[in-house]
Design a protein around this ligand. Structure first.
Ligand code: DOR
Ligand code: ZN
Ligand code: ZN
Length: 415
């Protein structure tokens, strides 16, 4: 048993929490209630640190299998643990791409062996059509969603054929899209036609956000649903960061590309006004050599996402309560993760403890991801993950990892 003693919750109220096995066993609202507890328990004094339900990252590219020089489930899950992420959901543009039942099962085996945090998978819609595979995976609830690329990006997964697109929507429950600009309209129309749930990844601009807000309003009476995701980089960065040096021009290439300060502000307003459902990092590591040599799209993000948001809280841009929703509670609901996303007795002990006052500077030499760099290098942040607990085990605390911890497949638990 572990007692997290003298912390506070997202509403700034006193909280101590007892973990038994892999579950939250008791929650204490008053300091006096825990002072007597001693015997046979590992007590961790938190001195007022913030206790959050484990952060869930719904959008990562862990590159395993196929591109493990960039990232793999060992380094990627260490990076998650360090950043405070207790569950990641991985994208299908690996090699082989996750577009067959068989390749999904292979990926599950790799993650089971390697990941120190919980994990799940988005299944891919393939450009040549794989509806029978989709049916198998959806029926057995083996993946969190079906993901399709409606614009060109890393990998060869662009789906253009209209009949294939219709088939995918018809046979999925929840469709994730990489859709920029007018491709958002195309995706929303298909969601409406088949009355399905649509999740728009990494909304990057005012233009895209306006489209999504329009469909959010339209969806209310039309039997479909549309969720909006933003990345930290589209909130905190814009084109002006790219002109800082020749190097940053190459490093900061991604899909969707960074936009303008006006777009940052529009996205922040949408977020504060409740139009955004989730923050996902789009953790897409590439090696520095690859980024410098040619144009490859993507930047890593799992080690900095929570700290960036806590820093924004310290600058009065967002409440902790909203951070908790966007980075855990809502994501557990959207992807139907049972017993996650809330600190409640009987729920999984996936817990992230944050030191909201800790000042630090992002440095490439401290990055755990195999890519070894961060687009936020030299950012000075106030707020950092202190401890990450996965299924009741402390996998990371104050710079130290326990690599013997193994994560669970969130898509298995749903069976
Ligand atoms: O910048 C990106 N990188 N956007 C994507 O959609 C894919 C990702 C990757 O896998 O590298
Ligand atoms: Zn994408
Ligand atoms: Zn992505």
């Amino acid at each position: 048993m572990i007692l997290l003693k003298n912390g506070k919750n997202s509403k700034n109220e006193y909280m101590s929490l007892l973990i038994k096995g892999s579950k939250i066993d008791k929650i204490f609202r008053q300091k006096e209630e825990v002072d007597y507890i001693k015997d046979g328990i590992q007590v961790i004094e938190l001195n007022g640190k913030l206790i959050l339900p484990g952060i869930i990252d719904p959008h990562t590219h862990m590159r395993d299998p196929g591109f493990t020089m960039k990232e793999d489930f060992i380094a990627g899950s260490r990076a998650c643990a360090k950043g405070g992420i207790t569950t990641f959901i991985d994208m299908p543009n690996t090699n082989p791409p996750t577009v067959t039942h068989e390749s999904l099962l292979q990926k599950k085996i790799l993650a089971k062996q390697k990941s120190i945090v919980n994990y799940g998978f988005h299944f891919g819609g393939s450009r040549s059509g794989n509806v029978n595979e989709i049916k198998k995976v959806v029926k057995n609830k083996l993946a969190s969603s079906v993901k399709i690329f409606l614009n060109v990006s890393t990998g060869d997964m662009l789906v253009e054929d209209n009949e294939i697109l219709n088939n995918i929507f018809e046979n999925s429950e929840l469709v994730l899209v990489h859709a920029e600009n007018e491709m958002i309209d195309k995706a929303a129309e298909l969601a409406k036609k088949y009355k399905k749930k649509l999740y728009v990844c990494h909304i990057s601009s005012k233009n895209e956000m306006e489209r999504v807000i329009k469909y959010k309003k339209d969806s209310i009476n039309n039997g479909y649903k549309i969720y909006a995701e933003v990345t930290p980089h589209h909130l905190f960065m814009n084109e002006s960061n790219m002109v800082e040096s020749e190097k940053s021009k190459k490093l900061l290439r991604m899909k969707p590309e960074l936009k303008t300060r006006v777009d940052n502000e529009y996205l922040w307003n949408a977020l504060i006004n409740g139009y955004i459902d989730a923050i996902g990092t789009d953790h897409a590591p590439h090696l520095l050599e690859e980024k410098e040599k040619s144009t490859v799209f993507g930047i890593p993000g799992v080690e900095t996402s929570l700290a960036l948001m806590i820093d924004a809280y310290n600058k009065n841009k967002i409440s902790i309560n909203l951070i908790e929703k966007l980075m855990s509670t809502n994501i557990a609901k959207i992807f139907k993760l049972k017993n996650k996303g809330i600190l409640e007795v009987g729920f999984d002990a996936d817990i992230t403890v944050v030191d909201t006052d800790y000042k630090w500077t992002v440095k490439n030499e401290h990055i755990e991801s195999k890519c070894g760099w961060s687009p936020f290098e030299n950012y000075e942040l106030k707020g950092k993950n202190y401890m990450t607990i996965v299924n009741g085990s402390i996998v990371y605390i104050d710079g130290k990892f326990d690599m013997t911890v193994k994560g669970d497949d969130i898509n298995e638990q749903r069976l």
